[in-house]
Design a protein around this ligand. Sequence first.
Ligand code: C5P
Length: 224
Amino acid sequence: GDVAVLVPAAGAGVRLGPGRPKALRFLAGEPLLAHAVRRVAAAPSVHSIVVAAPVAEAAAVAELLAPIAPVTVVVGGATRQESVAAALAAVPAGPEIILVHDAARALTPSTLVESVAAAVRAGDDAVIPVLPVVDTIKEVAADELVLGTVDRSALRAVQTPQGFRRVVLAAAHAAAVDPLTDDAGLVEKQGGSVRCVPGSEYALKITRPFDLALAEHLLLTGAA
Ligand code: C5P
């Protein structure tokens, strides 16, 4: 394999309600992170996996994942971006393609990991899986009055794994100042080009209780 996958899993997950860090919330009897890592590890291109865990959970995460796949566990940071940077620093020499994948996208199929990696291998510096936006999107002021309607056809909802040539991701993180919500955004700020490839509905981000219920249904019915 020529791919290393970084899994930032150090977030608190407040939007899921009170409880454990989000990556360790249970889905069908197993933490989200275990589901995510199993699917990533099943992708043939994957050479190494580095997980960024909450400091208080690093040992538990290493123990949880050991039976699933060989992974390196590092302690995450205060922001997602810091957690990704910590994981990036722990990637061994070798893989020239780096994927960054949120633990919260627990049901992401291995085929999506492969298709993002393939697009980077084919020559793109940065690759993101996307879906069309189905809702009408409006810009709204702080007082909830509508400012305008955005042209939906030009919008995409962005998922992970996001893929990068290793040197491109390293340079983007080295130059990063303000934290962003994704890694491709750092490449955009550097003036790099980012290619979209088709995403997967199964790569939904499990953020709110509804998402957890949907994911459980997909697993229990064998769809995911
Ligand atoms: O909060 P959000 O849903 O954007 O988090 C996306 C991913 O980033 C999650 O997998 C979360 O665990 C991770 N994260 C992290 N370190 C932080 C904050 C979030 O690894 N400090």
